[in-house]
Design a protein around this ligand. Structure first.
Ligand code: ZN
Length: 249
């Protein structure tokens, strides 16, 4: 759930963060509140960005959005450029995190270990600069998870994905997502994506983003949900033991 709380003042334009009205000058700050994770410490916090308009150029209203993390006390600074107009027509430059640099807009859960987490963060960091590099890192990451967590090793990534789908060990939505990695990535026209998954080659529209989406679902399935189940089991066993009953196997 997202919560936007905007302080309205006269003559405002649009906030690049929440696509709602923002302060027109460098004098009046606007606060936009919504849930987020700190890009420094990955702690869930309530955002309290103040948006200050810096300059209007070529029709774009440039704003700096800033706040301090209440947990780690580090500064979080974002930039945006939005065209003035009603919120429904807002377009412009997507919100960009200037500090910390290379912040991942897709925080990885703590349960996910390296190298999967590190590769994912690097895929995010280079996404806007080089979707080709991002997609290559993601494919390599995907293949590593299939090898390490599913225990599947085949002649290439295409075959390994098929083996995993055929195994029936992952939910259908993950199977569909994995299949789409091959379809959106057009593995048929670019077999090197399958035979050398980490090779940097041309990407199709949306391919790099889709790879990240699928990795997130695999992270949840292979790391997050098992950790939650183990924690629940430990809690139940603690209560059973305290009650003098045998714990769950
Ligand atoms: Zn923090």
């Amino acid at each position: 759930m997202r919560l936007f709380l905007i302080t309205f003042v006269e003559g405002m334009s649009n906030c690049g963060v929440c696509a709602t009205r923002a302060a027109p000058s460098h004098i009046v700050p606007v606060i936009c509140l919504r849930p987020m994770k700190c890009p420094h410490c990955n702690t869930g916090i309530h955002s309290g960005f103040q948006a200050i308009q810096m300059i209007t150029a070529a029709g774009l209203v440039w704003c700096v959005h800033f706040q301090g993390c209440p947990e780690c006390k580090n500064a979080i600074i974002r930039l945006s450029g939005a065209y003035a107009g009603p919120p429904a027509t807002v377009r412009g430059i997507p919100i960009y995190t200037a500090y910390p640099p290379h912040a991942c807009p897709r925080p990885v859960p703590d349960e996910v270990p390296d190298p999967y987490k590190q590769d994912f963060n690097e895929s995010c960091a280079v996404l806007s600069i080089s979707p080709k590099a991002s997609a290559a890192l993601s494919r390599r990451n995907l293949q590593a998870i299939i090898h390490d967590k599913a225990g599947i090793k085949g002649r290439d990534l295409n075959a390994e994905i098929q083996t995993l789908i055929d195994s029936g060990t992952v939910p259908s939505f993950i199977s569909e997502g994995l299949h789409a990695v091959r379809v959106i990535g057009n593995f048929g026209a670019h077999p090197i994506k399958s035979t050398s998954s980490g090779e940097i080659v041309d990407v199709e529209d949306g391919e790099a983003e889709w790879n990240l989406d699928v990795l997130e679902s695999l992270f949840d399935f292979y790391f997050v949900q098992p950790a939650i189940a183990a924690k629940r089991k430990a809690e139940i066993n603690k209560k059973l033991t305290e009650a003098g009953k045998p714990p769950l196997p």
